[in-house]
Write a protein that binds this ligand. Structure first.
Ligand SMILES: *Cc1c(COP(=O)(O)O)cnc(C)c1O
Length: 353
């Protein structure tokens, strides 16, 4: 059996999925108990009174083209958050299984695992190593009950791309033994094309992508789980059939129009220049001991006095993310790169406070 199946909760392999209303757009819909009129203020193309198309063909086609994968390797999700939830429900048995993650990292992996009743094993990324992934240490921490290994690259909140060779050795050593989930939410801001092209070589690799960051659609909620078609097939049984709302589908189709994708790439390049402007300003502010290298649209900073920094930015009407509850980040804040006006407002608030 394909390990993407044998690693999964066995009861899911025989689960009969919910049979949603047939999708036959050429026929008049008297089969889904919908109201036949549109609600007030409905500007959607298809009508909010209608259930949306499950895994909409046009959207899957555009996402598959964007990420250069076959359509059956991709599941569209309500943001990567839902992809993480689906993977957790698919692979983690309560009281038996575990995930492995490299901390500090994105908080959702462990929340989703704990909701599922699974254990969380942590391998530290260390500031003295520039937050580098230590593959040997990760492999030493792996146990057979670890079903999901989360690698966030570029990592939130440390902002660094993980070393491809280290990720390769993790994949090679654990092929068939665990699902290696690489979260590439920020990869568009980095110099890396991402690891999607590795999927053929590593059948138990899964990649998370999202339109939330580089495509400016955080409010629409659209992500993609990209993995072996047999994993995607089971994931489709778990995800609710109507998970993507009609306005989300339409907004994503607009954003994935060729001209819009080209415009997004321009904006990304512009924001990277802005990131370096903000970095220089923060370094010159006297309030920051260190601005870490960034492959993302945010900066991890170690403050001289993080309370002072936070007070100053708040008095200028700006909010940054406090990371100090993490023992590895006792003086650290995370600052999203904004427009020139927003970045100047932050730098000015530091100066005037
Ligand atoms: C922002 C972010 C996401 C995106 O989550 P969505 O649910 O797609 O909005 C995923 N992973 C990481 C590490 C993030 O920081």
């Amino acid at each position: 059996m394909n390990p993407v199946l044998s690693l999964a909760r066995p009861e899911l392999l025989t689960l009969k999925p919910y049979a949603h209303a047939e999708w036959s757009p050429s026929l008049t819909r008297l089969h889904a108990n919908e109201a036949p009129w549109r609600p007030a203020g409905d500007t959607s193309a298809e009508g909010l009174n209608r259930y949306p198309e499950p895994q909409p063909a046009a959207l899957i086609e555009r996402l598959a083209a964007l990420y250069e994968v076959p359509r059956n390797s991709l599941l569209a999700t309500r943001g990567s958050d839902e992809a993480i939830d689906v993977l957790s429900r698919m692979y983690l048995r309560a009281g038996e299984d575990a995930i492995l993650q490299c901390t500090p990292t994105f908080g959702m992996y462990q929340v989703a695992a704990r909701i599922q009743g699974a254990d969380v094993i942590e391998v530290p990324l260390r500031p003295e190593n520039g937050w580098r992934l230590d593959a040997a240490q990760l492999l030493a921490a792996w146990r057979p009950h670890v079903k999901l290994i989360y690698l966030c690259s570029p990592n939130n909140p440390t902002a660094n791309l993980l070393d491809a060779q280290a990720v390769e050795s993790v994949c090679a050593a654990l092929d068939g033994k665990a699902i290696v989930v690489v979260d590439e939410a920020y990869v568009e801001w980095s110099r890396s094309p991402g690891l999607i092209s590795w999927l053929e070589r590593h059948p138990t690799l899964a990649i998370l992508r999202t339109l939330s960051k580089a495509y400016a659609l955080a409010g629409a909620r659209l992500g993609a789980l990209i993995a072996h078609p047999e994993l995607i097939e089971i994931a489709k049984r778990i995800i609710p059939p109507y998970c993507l709302a009609q306005p989300t589908i339409e907004a994503a189709l607009r954003a994935l129009d060729a001209a819009e994708v080209a415009a997004a790439r321009q904006r990304i390049a512009g924001l990277l220049a802005e990131r370096e402007y903000l970095r220089a300003g923060l370094e010159a502010s006297g309030r920051v001991e260190r601005v870490w290298p960034s492959d993302t649209n945010f900066l991890l900073i170690d403050c001289v006095d993080a309370d002072e920094f936070t007070r100053a930015s708040r008095s200028g009407g700006l909010i940054v993310r406090d990371l100090r509850s993490d023992p590895a980040l006792r003086r650290s804040l995370r600052v999203t790169v904004g427009t020139r006006a927003q970045n100047d407002a932050l730098l000015n608030s530091l100066e005037s406070a």
